[in-house]
Write a protein that binds this ligand. Structure first.
Ligand SMILES: CC(C)(COP(=O)(O)OP(=O)(O)OC[C@H]1O[C@@H](n2cnc3c(N)ncnc32)[C@H](O)[C@@H]1OP(=O)(O)O)[C@@H](O)C(=O)NCCC(=O)NCCS
Length: 210
């Protein structure tokens, strides 16, 4: 069983994560966020702390942190919080939704988060604090870097490798053995058939009417 947790963030991603934590019957000591959690059922009854410093009142040996900040292109809040609290000696819980299908022959790094219905196949590796979002498929032998976001419904064929801080947008597909450089952003719906350098943005081909 996991140690009790504090959840950082109170937006949409945090709500999904709290939902999973409740299914896993993990004790949630509180939500830490600058904005008060929305008045939704999923946050009901969880104590609220308004400052990051409130975390420091909890012993780093007795709790785990859960990063409930979502990861969108161009924002580094999620990874900055991870680095800040790692420096302070805290550890992050690795989360696997009960409905995720995860091979026993995968390596999940600290703080990675596998959301409902995703599939991670044999010999895949998921990096530190990386989100594999709802329904994404990560095929065998993929190596996904640290601080990536694999958005809902993405399909990665076997042997895909990504460097750190890659975002693969909703519904994108990547063929086998492709390599994607750091900070590269794959737009929603794009099909990737060639290796991509770092710091690039790939847009999907646009539909047109005539
Ligand atoms: C690629 C992306 C970052 C584009 O950002 P941007 O350059 O700021 O895009 P804008 O919204 O300014 O749109 C610029 C143009 O690109 C188009 N465009 C936006 N996203 C696109 C995409 N994924 N593929 C193709 N064209 C796209 C827009 O329609 C717009 O076209 P127009 O100039 O003809 O009107 C973004 O749209 C995207 O795909 N983000 C990923 C979303 C995601 O994964 N969400 C997950 C949430 S959990």
């Amino acid at each position: 069983l996991s140690k009790p947790v504090l959840v950082l963030g109170a937006g949409g991603h945090a709500a999904v994560i709290v939902d999973i934590l409740r299914q896993l019957q993990v004790e949630i000591l509180g939500i830490v966020a600058t904005n008060q959690p929305k008045d939704t059922l999923v946050f009901d009854g969880i104590p609220y702390f308004s400052k990051d410093d409130d975390v420091l009142r909890f012993s780093k040996d007795k709790i785990l942190l859960v990063n409930g900040i979502g990861s969108m292109p161009g924002s580094n809040i999620r990874s900055a919080l991870h680095e800040f609290f790692k420096q302070a000696g805290y550890n992050f819980m690795t989360i696997v939704a009960p409905s995720a299908t995860v091979s026993n022959y995968t390596i999940l790094a600290e703080g990675s988060q596998l959301l409902p219905g995703c599939i991670i196949n044999t010999n895949a590796q998921i990096g530190v604090s990386t989100i594999v979002n709802t329904g994404a498929i990560i095929e065998h032998d993929c190596i996904i870097g640290n601080h990536n976001h694999v958005a809902p419904g993405v399909v990665l064929s076997g042997g895909v490798m990504t460097d750190e801080y890659v975002h693969i947008g909703t519904g994108a597909q990547v063929i086998q053995n492709i390599k994607i450089g750091a900070y590269t952003l794959i737009g929603a719906g794009a099909s990737v058939t060639k290796n991509l350098d770092s710091n690039k943005t790939l847009y999907a081909a646009k539909p047109f009417l005539r």
